[in-house]
Design a protein around this ligand. Structure first.
Ligand SMILES: [Zn+2]
Ligand SMILES: [Zn+2]
Length: 432
């Protein structure tokens, strides 16, 4: 038996040349909207001190409990006897806050808005739209407590999706209260759930003590039935939180943006306060969130900084691309053709053809030729296949006269031009 070729790891993906069209459309839309909304680009390392996520993302979250890829930061013997670990970042928010504090940005100007894009890593069960190496585009508005900032981030995500060509996204919002009111309503939920603990799934039974809120977004059918009988969180939060939530909702309504209040929306992360939101798309099936965000007023102080209110979101790029594929007509994924394909009619002319290809490229035209010594007929077929707008036909006769024959592939017209004027001629037809 021959040895099996080494394959990519489960939950990782290659992205081949034809698969970039929608990817770039999304990133272009994001960049454009970040500029319009005044967000500055931030890049942080892919590897971080594991404690950043244990403290920041939260020890009790699924991400930290089960999904982090970590290695020891020391070598050899020492490696087994240390708590210092390096982690492949599972999310972008704690690194953004760390960078903000490390550069002392909070001392210069408290309120600042950032965006980032890049790969994240989680040891998840791979499925549609969920990868172990996936990509996020995210924003963090650090230093602002106004609910209008919450509204801005939601409208920003919506604007990016609209510009990227998505029209059937659903925005869900909720408020999960603050450190003042959350312990109180958490106790109410605990009391309500205590009598029905035996109806919950094993995971949720454990959550009852440690993190009762996460029972609310458990996907198990039995848990959902129990949860349906609970009083909704927005009715249990304090007056300040209620007002904050109302201003956010009014700001969204004023923009005529369609959103749904989802009283069971809590998000899986510990650091959220008040506003939480998700943007969903039906093309994804059961796990249909393509963007998640919310307010995290406690995170900066938890990571050693001053009390600093923040709000942000992260879009799942791969999940969003599934939605974009479902909505886009198939023609957009067709790569654009090149400008010129140079067809060589005489083998001795190949080196001259190559010079012409390079000359065209240096004039800003995309150009290519055959490198496989194929017949002129096969080269013409390649020109068709590459969707070239023009062909340059070069044979003995052309070389003798120091000319090229230009063929407009769309109109079928053909004419000759001076060897050195080929690029100029084609450019003038393209511009006409
Ligand atoms: Zn509150
Ligand atoms: Zn459950």
């Amino acid at each position: 038996m021959t040895e099996k070729a080494i394959q990519s790891l489960a939950g990782t993906e290659d992205r081949l040349p034809p698969q970039w069209t929608l990817w770039h459309r999304l990133h272009r839309a994001a960049r454009n909207q970040f500029e319009l909304h005044g967000y500055g680009e931030l890049s942080t390392p892919i590897i971080e001190d594991a404690r950043l996520f244990i403290k920041g993302t939260g020890e009790d979250t699924e991400i930290v409990e089960k999904q982090m890829y970590s290695i020891s930061s020391s070598e050899g013997e020492e490696a087994n006897n240390t708590d210092e670990r390096i982690t492949l970042r599972p999310e972008g928010t704690p690194p953004a806050v760390r960078a903000y504090l490390e550069a002392d940005l909070h001392k210069k100007q408290k309120f600042q808005k950032f965006w980032y894009a890049g790969p994240m890593f989680r040891r998840e069960r791979p499925q549609k739209g969920r990868l172990r190496q996936f990509h996020q585009i995210g924003v963090e508005a650090i230093g602002g407590s106004s609910p209008l900032v919450d509204a801005e981030t939601i409208l920003l995500a919506d604007a990016i999706y609209k510009e990227a060509g998505l029209s059937s996204c659903a925005i869900n919002v909720n408020s999960i209260g603050c450190p003042e009111c959350r312990p109180k309503y958490r106790q109410i939920l605990k009391d309500e759930l205590a009598g029905r603990a035996d109806e919950l799934c094993p995971d949720c039974e454990k959550r009852l003590d440690r993190n009762v809120l996460r029972i609310l977004d458990c996907k198990e059918k039995d848990c959902r039935e129990v949860v349906d009988d609970l009083p909704p969180i927005p009715g249990l939060i304090c007056d300040e939180c209620t007002t904050h939530y109302q201003i956010l909702k009014d700001a969204l309504s004023a923009q005529s943006i369609a959103y749904v209040e989802d009283p069971l929306l809590v998000r899986g992360l510990d650091y959220y306060t008040r506003t939480v939101y998700e943007i969903k798309h039906k093309a994804l099936g059961a796990r249909d969130t393509i963007c998640g965000g919310g307010r995290y007023d406690g995170l900066v102080s938890q990571l050693g900084g001053p009390e600093t209110p923040c709000v942000g979101f992260a879009m799942g790029v791969e999940a969003t691309l599934i939605a974009m594929e479902a909505e886009s007509d198939k023609s957009v994924s067709q790569p654009n053709g090149i400008d010129v394909y140079v067809v060589c009619f005489d083998d001795s002319a190949r080196a001259k053809c190559f010079e012409q290809v390079e000359a065209l490229r240096s004039e800003g035209l995309s150009a290519d030729m055959d490198y496989e010594e194929r017949s002129s007929k096969a080269q013409m077929r390649m020109a068709d296949k590459t969707n070239a707008d023009f062909c340059l036909l070069i044979g003995e006769l052309e070389l003798e006269k120091n000319e090229v024959t230009i063929k407009d592939m769309k109109k079928g017209e053909q004419w000759t031009a001076d060897w050195d004027a080929a690029g100029e001629e084609i450019s003038s037809v393209i511009k006409a």
